[in-house]
Design a protein around this ligand. Sequence first.
Ligand code: F0G
Length: 447
Amino acid sequence: MGRYNSELMPAELVCFNPSCRTRYPITGVIYNCPRCGALLEAVYPPAPDPGQLKKLWRERRMSNTPLDQSGVWRYREFIPFLESTDVVVSLREGNTPVLNAPKAAAYGGLKRLAFKHQGFNPTGSFKDNGMTCGVSQGVRLGMKRVACVSTGNTSASMAAYASAAGLDPIIFIPHGNISYGKLAQALEYGARTLQVEANFDQILALVRTLAERTGIYLLNSMNPFRIEGQTTIMVELMDQRDWRPPDWVVLPGGNLGNTSAFGKGLRQMLEIGLIERSPRLAVIQAEGSAPFYNLMQTETRDTLTAVKHPETLATAIRIGDPVSWPKALHEVVSSGGVVEKVTEQEIADAKAVIGACGVGCEPASAATLAGIRKLTAAGVIDREADVVAVLTGNVLKDPDYIYRYHTGQLKAPNGTRIRPAFGNQPQVVPNDPERIEALLAANIRES
Ligand code: F0G
């Protein structure tokens, strides 16, 4: 689909460690700095004029070409790591709406609140924004097999994009700890699916070893190209808001790839001059899987202590040893952001409130609203603030959780029953119009 106009200085991979900063070719099959082991980040030659970019990107919304219709590749000048876009594998990812939700705003203690809903992606989560880039880079590098460990969404996304590209997807998931919706997607999209009897963090170590031994291309979020794709979530958000940044962007934190990506995207937009100030990032973790929150409470913040047995019903963020924490720490601190943690009960009720707005999301995503409620109560987020929360996954990802919540059967990992403050029980009724009419009338009087 054509060449970029960036031949003067090539894109490169740079070590994220400030005292190393070694540079590597963009075509290296590396995930960490071979010198010091730190994470890598893609860097680019200076971008064109921001005014021109805004105009070009807006014009592309009228275009029917697949590349322009993608909410990632529409912004391709922002992520110019490919020599040619001929290798791009797109399922029309991105293009996710920003939805106002007054009921959720009130619940969160805010005057207004908007959700950027990444669950509108082709496989139902924000992972598609990153995966289109990771898989396209895999094609460019001539890879045949790709792999990831996942709490469910990465694997669903990788399975779809790899199969669309004609690559062989192999996924590793913690046995018994991902939702059926996500597992079903991986099977349907044709991925070889290995359920390992270990948790996410343990399986990641295993998959890294396997990738090294077998030359399989790894598509977890330490893959810098996944992060590149996810930076465009922030670009699209700013474009949708006519380049007026909100005061806060709130997101759930698991392996912390998304936090890293949002921070990088915002930094890069500031550098180019696309925005004039950065929103503050607020990252929300589940109480039983909150190593990043714990790190932020320490004085030096120089070592993350892994949570050995992470627990939460929000299985997407059930991660105790997040690989991207050094990047995420940098991004949160440099945006003037915060990290908060929330309980299972708080996540469950916030999720039902988001549902009752007609929006809906999966459990991990609802940590955002639960976190907002806590942060406004503590006076960290002002009631008048302009806040965007990013809902990371679709409501249908975990229907089992929903049914249990509304019928009062949901139990936290420690066995405590979740009390459904916003429960909505289905009712069994006889096949009798009079009795149904009476029942409905009673309901109307009650409400
Ligand atoms: N929300 C959802 C729905 C997720 O699936 C994930 C991560 C996160 C939030 C956290 O994002 O890891 O970038 O901090 N899911 C990964 C997976 C780990 O394997 O699907 P993060």
